[in-house]
Design a protein around this ligand. Structure first.
Ligand code: HEM
Length: 512
């Protein structure tokens, strides 16, 4: 996912005389690879996926420069079908664009497609796959996933953390009321209030306590919560899509790319400095006998074989994953509702009928099918992870009736699956009602492909649903939302996930 977005920033490729010699060798290697694969494919009796024509050596890189790769992939699917292959420099990549083939890859053929293919930036930022989401499938992955589910994200852990989510919603509501009272005509940036609260919730789940500021000796300064959020979340999300042209031309990896390396190292250094201070403070707390129900306490007592660096990465992973995609989903849902007064009214009436004068609470979600439909329709239209982090085929396999040799990268285009005209009527339109036609189980978390599927399915889907649905419900229960003039056009996204480029601005009216 990072690699592909990074193509947008593709730098000029250094072509020197040394490279001219390499070019010949590479072309020869490509021809040999093609010949060997073709021979194996013939004996499998399966055809290769259709190829999107590209240029020698660089393949399809230039065609991916213009727009978001998920959009280009979706456009190509109209011409080449749901499975096709492209070349990103030296690498072959198969792109999957429909629910059927995506599920086949993630479930039926999982054993052959369960490892990750990381860009150089992601290799450094994940400390070489030391986190649940970026590790290769195996014992290490299974153990880590069990830890995060048992301590934090599974149904029982979520019950225990309920108090933090309830507090967060109350805080958000209070701050919005204060802003509207102060100046009812002043547009409100929901993100400015929601994001620090969500980050605070992440800190409570991971460390047991919210942290307002922290002195970091290595950086020589006291960081506010906003500055911590920048170092631990925003900078890292930016780093994840940093391009290293050597990703596409591994045979040139002997050429240094210092500006890239320095940038990533700087991000890793700052993250480590902040995380170490936070971890050390909580170690001291635990030593004083003050144990809390949170991820760090769990890992320190139950996962003693983890190294310091692994512990740091796992704790940071839970912080960044909590802070990003749930915010995006909630902000996009509120954007769509603020744009669409009829659907906003329909949701408000549903909540009134079920909750009356009481504030919406998590246990009511099951009785609010339109609210669930709003959540899932937002995940469909604005899929927060538009492309599943790249997978790698580690043994010859097949998908959609096509032969896929070992060594191929697999891009699962969730955006494309969720906009497939064969599955979704008017996929460009935001219509929550599409989930209310009796075809869908109201509580099914996987009505769309937004959370992935199979053994690597998202571990945080329950938490995302609980937070996002309660927040959307409460925000609509307490205020009438209308977009600020001109805001309707602001649909661009930024980065690895579908973060709204322009934070939504809305005018709020308190409901009586
Ligand atoms: C609306 C919100 C979210 C969406 C759309 C989403 C989507 C995804 C997707 C597409 C994957 C990749 C699946 C694959 O590789 O096959 C994933 C993995 C993962 N997500 Fe989420 N996610 C969300 C929220 C969260 C939250 C709140 C957390 C936790 C704090 C979280 C933790 C994880 C973890 C740990 C994995 C790795 C699972 C594995 O590799 O086994 N996610 N998510």
């Amino acid at each position: 996912m990072g690699q592909m977005d990074a193509i947008l920033n593709l730098q000029a490729i250094p072509l020197g005389t040394a490279i001219t010699a390499v070019v010949l060798v590479v072309l020869t290697l490509l021809i040999i690879r093609g010949y060997v694969n073709d021979h194996k494919r013939r004996s499998s009796g399966l055809p290769p996926p259709p190829e999107v024509p590209g240029l020698p050596l660089i393949g399809n890189l230039l065609q991916l420069k213009e727009k978001k790769p998920c959009k280009t992939f979706t456009k190509w699917a109209e011409e080449y079908g749901p499975v096709y292959s492209i070349r990103t420099g030296y690498h072959s990549m198969v792109v999957l664009n429909s629910n059927d083939v995506a599920k086949e890859a993630m479930v039926t053929r999982f054993s052959s497609i369960s490892t990750r293919k990381l860009s150089n930036a992601l290799k450094s930022l994940t400390f070489d796959k030391n986190m649940v989401a970026m590790s290769d499938y195996g014992e290490f992955h299974k153990t880590l996933k069990r830890h995060i589910l048992t301590s934090t994200l599974g149904p029982n852990a979520q019950k225990q953390h309920r108090v933090h989510r309830d507090t967060m919603i109350v805080n958000i509501s209070k701050q919005l009321h204060a802003l509207v009272e102060k100046d009812p005509l002043q547009p409100v940036y929901l993100r400015n209030i929601f994001e620090p609260e969500l980050f605070g919730l992440a800190l409570k789940e991971v460390l047991g306590k919210d942290v307002e500021s922290v002195y970091v000796e290595e950086l020589g300064m006291t960081l506010s919560k906003g500055e911590m959020m920048k170092i631990l979340v925003h900078d890292q999300m930016e780093g994840a899509i940093e391009v290293d042209w050597r990703d596409f031309f591994p045979y040139l990896r002997w050429i240094p790319n210092k500006s890239f390396e320095n940038k990533i190292q700087h991000m890793c250094f700052r993250r480590k400095a902040v995380m170490e201070v936070l971890i050390n403070e909580h170690r001291k707390r635990i030593e004083r006998g003050e144990e809390l129900n949170c991820y760090i306490d769990y890992l320190l007592s139950k996962a003693k074989t983890l190294s310091e660096q692994q512990m740091l990465m796992l704790l940071w992973e839970a912080i960044i994953e909590t802070s990003d995609t749930t915010l995006l989903t909630t902000e996009w849902a509120m954007y769509e509702l603020a744009k669409d007064p009829e659907r906003q009214d329909r949701l408000y009436l549903e909540i009134q009928n079920v909750c009356g004068h009481e504030k919406i609470a998590e246990e009511k979600i099951i009785q609010l099918p339109y609210l669930s439909a709003v959540f899932h329709e937002t995940l469909r239209k604005h899929s927060p992870a538009p492309i599943v982090p790249l997978r790698y085929v580690h043994e010859d396999t097949q998908v959609g009736g096509y032969y896929i040799p070992a060594g191929t990268e697999i891009a699962i285009n969730i955006f494309g699956c969720n906009r497939d005209k064969k599955v979704w009527e008017c996929p460009e339109q935001w219509q929550p009602e599409r989930f209310l036609n009796g075809k869908y189980d109201p509580m099914d978390m996987h009505k769309t492909m937004a959370f992935g599927a199979g053994k690597r399915v998202c571990a945080g889907s329950l938490q995302a649903m609980l937070i996002s649905c309660t927040a959307i419900g409460r925000l609509v229960q307490e205020f009438e939302w209308r977009l600020k003039e001109g805001e309707e056009e602001n649909v661009d996204t930024l980065g690895l996930t579908t973060r709204k480029l322009h934070p939504m601005q809305a005018i709020l009216k308190t409901r009586n």
